[in-house]
Design a protein around this ligand. Structure first.
Ligand code: ZN
Length: 127
């Protein structure tokens, strides 16, 4: 029974998971420092053009379409409409429900790319 469940819902392989954790190091939500190994892997659209060695015809889930999200921010994304875009270099560009944009360039580094003086969302964080 378990084998049929696994076959019906294939997940990323160990190498793919290791590549995502190594790239992200932490949750990719702006300003979050939860270690990636404690996060969920969330699907994002494959970057365009695809990364090296990846073709558009590839159906297997690869590290170029997964990001690390802690459970809290996984729920925030799903319920509140935050939209991530993963770039080939691992940068994650987030768009908030109000349209403000944040770029998570590397673990712990977040740059707000839209101006919003009255913005009540996360402040600009640099490390
Ligand atoms: Zn998080």
């Amino acid at each position: 029974m378990f084998e049929s469940l696994l076959e019906a819902r294939p997940g990323p392989g160990v190498q793919v998971i290791a590549a995502v954790l190594s790239r992200d190091r932490t949750c990719t939500f702006p300003g979050c420092a939860v270690p990636a190994f404690r996060c969920d892997l969330d699907h994002v659209r494959r970057p365009s053009p695809p990364g090296p060695g990846v073709t558009q015809e590839t159906t297997d889930v690869g590290p170029d379409e997964l990001i690390s999200l802690c459970r809290h921010h996984h729920v925030v994304r799903a319920r509140h409409g935050w939209r991530p875009e993963l770039a080939i270099d691992g940068t994650v560009r987030w768009t908030s429900p109000t349209g403000h944009r944040y770029v998570r360039e590397r673990p712990g580094t977040v740059v707000q790319t839209s101006t919003a003086a009255q913005n009540r969302e996360s402040p600009v964080i640099r490390s």
